[in-house]
Design a protein around this ligand. Structure first.
Ligand SMILES: Cc1ncc(C[n+]2csc(CCOP(=O)(O)OP(=O)(O)O)c2C)c(N)n1
Ligand SMILES: [Mg+2]
Length: 610
């Protein structure tokens, strides 16, 4: 018989969370980002204050970007640890919905604890309550349902006994991993209940490594043996599994080159002889050449999103077959793939044993060298001219002064594609949120990476547009003394979408400020803006100046923002592939007709298997 302890539901929640441990002896939920309002200040706020350092609370500036920091933290720690984010009801809660979707797409754990309306309904409608005329059970928090792996509404204190273990089970399940939303009715947070003492016994959550079915291993091994030109597509699951070295060893032993997706890049260093860069829309020339002739594509821990597959035009061999090694049956079986469901590390070991000494036929190794020469050319420092630098030259500048600890990070804009093509990542040197590609992830995400791994030299690439969308966690990083380097490329607008618009036959319209309905084109002083939040900020006059400023930033204990004016027009200058963005079928001027013809020609090459 265990005794009981009388606690409010909020006190019980934070006490329980504080004793959920990883195998390393750390708390799984490191702490809680919080912005309070009437929906969480009295209940959750009091409980968090009471528990103190046993479950620390951090104050941020915006619920969405606090969650971005939490997500970057979990990604950096390969989903071995996570953070929680709590908000009031209403706008604070719905501010987090975008971040929940971001975590969902990227399969990353984060615990959302929005306040919810009164379970008793006594004061209805409470401030910020939306009222559904037809459904009395709906609240704003129902927006979370499609974008979390597990949603629950805590409308009685004893619900915690079942929903909390379920929440941790989801976040620590490698196949089902993702965000959880526990919408906490604001009156229930404050309600007392006699919880069993045993509920608060410390518990260790082991991240399991499921074995593949031997029959699936045998089938995939037979396919690899038969293949004349196999290629591996290494995705984010390889990193989550900690299978980076296993993948490189597998590729070497069986003579199968690999390409890395946005989520998978940096699992192995760029100079691994079997690393052929990236596939698809933002692919390297050598990677896409391999993909084009591959008769067997072996995906490991990848979702095969359209950037990876060039909207299914990058794998052009009519005989190509697809294998998908993945923990999630959903990913393993889609696109007509032959599935192998299992943890990447374990599955690679089983597959290698099944293949024995088998080595795939020789492939074009020289194309890799040629590609590296191309990268060197487009990222080289420009000769002294009056021309604005390109994004590729900005990447080159940071690359030349990068160390083995540098992590290049980004999420949206020109830079994600340019970085995937051009950045030569050291092992673990790349962090891209390109599942949701959410503008505004960058600054907060950089803080999350640094919080997770203080030894890293985090370089956040951000466009002027994404910076304008969300930058205020810079102030949080200043006050918490979390240093990182922001390289802000100011091309006066949404450069990448402007290029996409041109490619799709559209008029240049509403992307660059010069093409927008403004009375005066803005001259935004990003240096003054970042300084106002306490960051070190300065403008780089040239590419050489940028290099020097990136090096100097490493010595500071606060974030440094280095602004550089760039040319919005040039693309990456190397690599790349078609992307399916539908062009209007009728009407429009000549340029639209040309775009339509281009579109039809590419679309005719799509070889989707479902
Ligand atoms: C939240 C959000 N809104 C809109 C988009 C669509 N989008 C992708 S990139 C981009 C423009 C990015 O501009 P900027 O950050 O200045 O980068 P640039 O391409 O100019 O370097 C837009 C609007 C997005 N990815 N995320
Ligand atoms: Mg821009």
């Amino acid at each position: 018989m265990t005794g009981t302890v009388r606690l409010t539901a909020a006190q019980a929640m934070v006490r329980w969370l504080s004793v959920q441990m990883t195998e390393d002896g750390t708390r799984f939920i490191e702490g809680v980002w919080a912005i309070f309002g009437h929906g969480n200040v009295a209940g959750i706020g009091e409980a968090l204050h009471g528990i103190g350092a046993a479950l620390p609370t951090w104050r941020g500036q915006n619920e969405q970007t606090m969650a971005h920091a939490a997500i970057a933290y979990a990604k950096t720690l390969r989903r071995r640890r996570a953070q929680a984010v709590t908000s009031s009801i209403g706008p604070g809660a719905t501010n987090m919905v975008t971040a929940a979707a971001l975590a969902h797409v990227n399969r990353l754990p984060v615990l959302f604890i929005p306040g919810d309306v009164f379970a008793s309904r006594r004061p209805d409608p409470v401030l910020q309550q939306i009222e559904d005329f037809d459904d009395g059970t709906v609240s704003a928090n129902d927006c979370f349902r499609p974008v979390v792996r597990y949603f629950d509404r805590i409308s009685r204190p004893e619900h915690l006994l079942t929903c909390l273990p379920r929440a941790l089970a989801v976040m620590t399940d490698p196949a089902n991993c993702g965000p959880v939303c526990l919408a906490f009715c604001q009156d229930v947070q404050a309600e007392a209940y006699d919880y069993p003492e045993s509920f608060f016994a410390p518990r260790v959550w082991r991240i399991r490594r499921p074995e593949p079915d031997p029959r699936e291993v045998a089938e995939v091994a037979a396919m690899i043996r038969k293949a004349k030109a196999p290629v591996i597509v290494s995705g984010g699951g390889v990193i989550h599994s900690g299978a980076e070295a296993d993948l490189a060893a597998f590729a070497k032993a069986h003579n199968i080159p690999f390409v890395e997706t946005q989520a998978g890049k940096g699992a192995n260093p760029w100079d691994d002889p079997m690393n052929f860069g990236s596939p698809g829309v933002t692919g390297s020339a050598c990677g896409n050449a391999l993909a084009a002739r591959a008769d067997l594509v072996v995906g490991i821990g990848t979702r095969f999103q359209d950037f990876t597959t060039g909207s299914w035009t990058v794998f052009q061999n009519p005989d190509r077959r697809l294998v998908s090694i993945n923990l999630a049956g959903y990913d393993a079986t889609k696109h007509g793939a032959v599935p192998c469901v299992g943890d990447a590390k374990v599955t690679l070991a089983r597959l290698s044993a099944a293949l024995g000494p088998h080595r795939a036929p020789a492939f074009d190794e020289a194309s890799r060298r040629g590609w590296h020469e191309t990268v060197a050319r487009v990222t080289a420092a420009p000769a002294a001219t009056n021309a604005l630098p390109t994004d590729a030259q900005v990447i080159g500048a940071v690359q030349r002064v990068a160390t083995k600890d540098t992590v290049a990070m980004c999420a949206a804009g020109t830079m994600p594609g340019a970085l995937q093509v051009l950045w030569q990542a050291a092992a673990g040197g790349y962090h891209m949120e390109y599942g949701y590609s959410c503008m505004g992830y960058e600054v907060a995400g950089a803080m999350g990476i640094k919080l997770a791994d203080p030894a890293k030299d985090v370089v956040c690439f951000v466009g002027d547009g994404s910076y304008m969308m969300a930058n205020s966690e810079l102030a949080t990083a200043v006050m918490r003394r979390v240093p990182f380097t922001v390289v802000l490329t100011d091309n006066r607008g949404y450069g990448c979408i402007n290029r996409l618009q041109i490619e799709c036959g559209g008029a240049e319209f509403n992307n660059l400020y010069r093409d927008s309905d403004v009375a005066a084109e803005p001259e935004i002083d990003f240096v003054a803006h970042a300084r106002a939040m306490g960051a070190h900020a300065e403008k780089a006059a040239t590419i050489a100046d940028l290099e020097a400023k990136v090096v100097a930033a490493r010595a500071r204990d606060i974030p440094s923002v280095i602004v550089i004016d760039t040319d919005p027009v040039p693309g990456t200058g190397a690599g790349g592939h078609w992307w399916d963005v539908a062009v209007p079928e009728v009407g429009g001027p000549e340029r639209l007709e040309a775009a339509r013809a281009r579109y039809a020609a590419h679309a005719a090459r799509q070889n989707v298997v479902n």
